[in-house]
Design a binder for this molecule. Structure first.
Ligand SMILES: [Zn+2]
Ligand SMILES: [Zn+2]
Length: 364
């Protein structure tokens, strides 16, 4: 069989439509027809050569939802359910080795140095080529962790569960205390930030404050359950810090989540956080310029818990899928653009120009 895909062959050049021939599936692998493929901010960084993991040529796309077309042998999903042709699935974008220190001893598989990630560090040069979701079909290796999903959901609404949603759930997973009754600040109202709002409310946070610079995104954050939104362009950093103090008996937020993708957000964030609070840094995903940190004032004296969050594992994927299914109406509003696969370059442009909140590529 043959399958079309959009390939990144050179950095800073448009993706090129290519056709790949698939003769037989690798042992234990699945062939999946892509139903929806999310366009992630990371794809843009990769296309611009900013992500050091990117091999060329590569089929982009690490946020896929698909329908099983063929399975070599038998395979079960993460819930132990047998998988069959025709099932709709989502998968963990990363495959780990299950042999190294991080997989076996530290039990932090997301840090596995041998982690292979569809659409991120697997080139399409070698057979079976189809290892990214900007394609009609994808091959999922035997080791891939798969989750069957209900056919009642719109696949486009679910794509973010495979990347930003799972990463957000990883952040909440490392909190040392339940969120019940807590005050949470989310910095950045992109798909990751909106997901964090829904998750924080769902986990019992009493007050969730969203800070962003885009009016339309702030409105969606309100619909997603934020109790207060603060526009960066209509208030000063000092004003926002004062508002947080007012909301929290002069303490500051219990948890601050950086979901903006910018290291600079931390400069304000340290001042929004209370003494003894937790800072989850979830959005920064590519190398950036260093920021100054006042170690005494912001870190030690405040006794804060500063957590960097890198990708996710199967547990977080399941949690993210659950959350999207229960709040599908919100995530439906997040998907502002649906384009056919062939228009992947236009999709990347929409993300770059920040015209879109979430762009999803779909196959006809
Ligand atoms: Zn992503
Ligand atoms: Zn490993």
């Amino acid at each position: 069989m043959k399958a079309k895909a959009m390939v990144l062959e050179q950095f800073n050049q448009p993706l090129v439509q290519r056709e790949f021939e698939l003769s037989r599936l690798p042992e234990g692998a699945l062939l999946v027809k892509i139903l929806a493929s999310g366009v992630c901010g990371s794809d843009l960084h990769m296309a611009e050569g900013e992500d050091p993991r990117t091999p060329l040529p590569i089929i982009l796309g690490h946020e896929g939802v698909g329908e099983i077309v063929q399975i070599d042998g038998k395979k079960k999903d993460l819930n132990g359910e047998e998988l069959n042709s025709g099932d709709w699935i989502i998968w963990n974008r990363g495959i780990v080795c299950n042999e190294c220190f991080w997989c076996k001893v530290a039990r932090q598989p997301y840090l596995c140095p041998n982690r292979k990630t569809y659409g991120i560090n697997l080139s399409c040069r070698d057979y079976p080529h189809l290892l990214g979701a900007y394609a009609e079909y994808m091959v999922l290796f035997k080791e891939t962790e798969i989750l069957k999903i209900p056919k009642s959901i719109d696949p486009a609404n679910l794509v973010l569960a495979g990347c930003s949603g799972a990463t957000a759930m990883h952040g909440f997973d490392v909190l040392s205390e339940p969120l019940l009754g807590k005050t949470v600040v989310v910095q950045g109202a992109g798909p990751l930030g909106v997901f964090c709002v829904v998750a924080a409310k769902s986990l019992g946070a009493s007050t969730v404050v969203m800070i962003s610079g885009t009016k339309q995104r702030l409105e969606l954050a309100m619909e997603a359950g934020a109790d207060m939104v603060l526009n960066r362009h209509e208030s000063s950093s000092e004003e926002r810090i004062a508002i947080l103090k007012t909301l929290t008996h002069n303490r500051g937020a219990d948890v601050v989540i950086e979901a903006s993708g910018s290291s600079n957000a931390l400069i304000e964030g340290f001042n929004l956080l209370r003494r003894g609070g937790t800072y989850l840094v979830t959005g920064v995903a590519v190398p950036q310029q260093a920021i100054p940190v006042d170690v005494y004032k912001d870190l030690v004296f405040k006794n804060i818990d500063l957590k960097g969050i890198w990708v996710s594992d199967a547990r977080h994927l399941i949690q993210a899928v659950e959350l999207v299914i229960r709040h599908e109406k919100v995530f439906e509003k997040l998907v502002t653009h649906r384009l056919p696969l062939e228009k992947a370059n236009e999709a990347l442009r929409l993300v770059e120009e920040r015209q879109a909140l979430k762009v999803v590529l779909t196959c006809q």
